[in-house]
Design a protein around this ligand. Sequence first.
Ligand SMILES: CC(C)(COP(=O)(O)OP(=O)(O)OC[C@H]1O[C@@H](n2cnc3c(N)ncnc32)[C@H](O)[C@@H]1OP(=O)(O)O)[C@@H](O)C(=O)NCCC(=O)NCCS
Length: 142
Amino acid sequence: MELISTRKCMTRDVGFNGNLFGGLMLSWLDEAAVAYACQVAETPRMVTVSIEKVQFRKPVRPGQIIKIYGEVKRLNNSSLDIEVEARRVSSYNGSQKVICTTSMRYVRIDGDGEPVPIAKSVRNKFLTQQQEKEKSNGENEA
Ligand SMILES: CC(C)(COP(=O)(O)OP(=O)(O)OC[C@H]1O[C@@H](n2cnc3c(N)ncnc32)[C@H](O)[C@@H]1OP(=O)(O)O)[C@@H](O)C(=O)NCCC(=O)NCCS
């Protein structure tokens, strides 16, 4: 997975219990992933169409650093799926704990908001990368 965003939890970001608001965390994930989707699909026009189940496994407190990682898992005609993982990083020893993971789907749109195919060159590049990954996984298993 690739590092796609780094955030710091501020005192204004937490609720009554002192934990980061879940909704804010979701907006950070979406913001990071849509920017990544635009980069991968080589277009400024991508919209969020779906977000899979999200479970918040660890709390985040003010002062803590959050690193968001992403990986494109599937690229279809007009859409792509990004697996997203947010990790809390310890400022004391650098260790990371997973806060939440999910999968988000983004669709390429035109100026009218209608879906349009992702460029063929982008799809070919993705397929080549997938084949290379599978090959190297196969070699590592052998
Ligand atoms: C995303 C959007 C353009 C898709 O339009 P649509 O007419 O439903 O498009 P289609 O049925 O032709 O599907 C287009 C793609 O979207 C995907 N898609 C559509 N509805 C989906 C759903 N409910 N879940 C997952 N994927 C979906 C399809 O799989 C398809 O992908 P593919 O081309 O790679 O195969 C439209 O639903 C939309 O504008 N939604 C609002 C987006 C938005 O504002 N997001 C921010 C939320 S605040």
